[in-house]
Design a protein around this ligand. Sequence first.
Ligand code: SF4
Length: 162
Amino acid sequence: MNLRVLKIIDGTTVDGPGFRTSIYFAGCRHECPGCHNPSSWDFEAGTDMSVSQILERISENDMDVSLSGGDPLYQAEALTCLCRMIKDSGKSIWLYTGFLYEDILANPVYAPLLKYVDVVVDGPFINQLRDTALLFRGSSNQRLIDVAKSQCGKIVEWESEF
Ligand code: SF4
């Protein structure tokens, strides 16, 4: 199973807590005005990597993992497989997506992924709500959703333990 990957960067500190390995996936159709990286919208950008190639690459260190793009959810089926294996290896997963959490839950292709994801940073980037002081997100409409704590229909936002 292959995924289209733009790049993988180790030691990022802006895509979730601590030093993380961020995987940026190609392709996005949200077309948010003011998007930080419109070149990531192209589904043909980057290179094909198999799930096992990505796993091997991210197992070069002990860092937790963030999934960004582009929007990773456009490759949901292979991504679910990747997330299951990342989770099995004991790493935490943050997922950045332009979709709303409620829409992910309602989508039978996207929802299975939530079993393996710790935090979803959801919603499109909205330029008018851009705030550089926000933690781990670009605009104030985006939520840091603690998936495990949001199981009972009520959305619970992630809180730093520090
Ligand atoms: S969801 Fe992210 S990558 Fe896609 S257009 Fe919006 S800001 Fe850009």
